[in-house]
Design a protein around this ligand. Sequence first.
Ligand code: PGA
Length: 260
Amino acid sequence: MTKKQYVVANWKMYKTAHEATDYIEKLLPQVENSSVRIYLAVPFTSIAPAAHFAKGTHVVIGAQNMNDAREGAFTGEIAALMLKEAGASFVLIGHSERRHIFKEDAALIHRKVIRALQDDIQPILCVGETLQEFEQDQTQQVLTQQLGSALDKIPPEEASRIILAYEPVWAIGTGKTAQPNHIQEAHQICRSILAELFGKKIAATIPILYGGSVKLENVSKITETDNVDGILVGGASLNPQTLAMMVEAIEKKPSRKPKK
Ligand code: PGA
């Protein structure tokens, strides 16, 4: 059975609310008949208008970050419940820019995953090694640590609501894409760690996406790699036409069966 494929667009700090609705208006007719799950991680101010525009379509709107507390005196922060009410169905957690620029540590990322599950917003957990760790052949060790801490004490039935994104830090926004054999190996490592944590059956249901300089030119090669259930795209997702073409390329993957 062919698994569902995902395209997650991470807009980062780009696009005003007006630009967001304009984008969605252009994207929707191009992906109307697609079976690929299209998730847009938009800036906070675009969530409500984007969700309104995407309502009733298969385009799903989400956020790029959230606080780990339910509510509280945390000036400038945003809670899962607020995101949900605005129309967000998912949230990115542990993105490398949050880990490295905003110094989010493993304990905070773990608390955010727990909070997201508790407050019923789907977490997309991002993990990946730095260039130095890659060069020192530490990918397995890093993934074991990051997944072990982020998913600690999560019951298997809850784990099946998570999406995982493997994003080597050295490939994000750098134009350097990991080679298919590295992606395949890293995804296999993630799958085995998930199996150890939650059992093989649950682990098989958790989508594992690849992110890091995914472009129209390399999307087919990446998504044809074993164990890749989709992509997380930053820079190349900012143009709706490019995103639609990526979705189309995934739809045409030789291993994919026609839609039922
Ligand atoms: P990129 O970003 O596609 O621009 O490398 C990926 C990401 O931020 O997840």
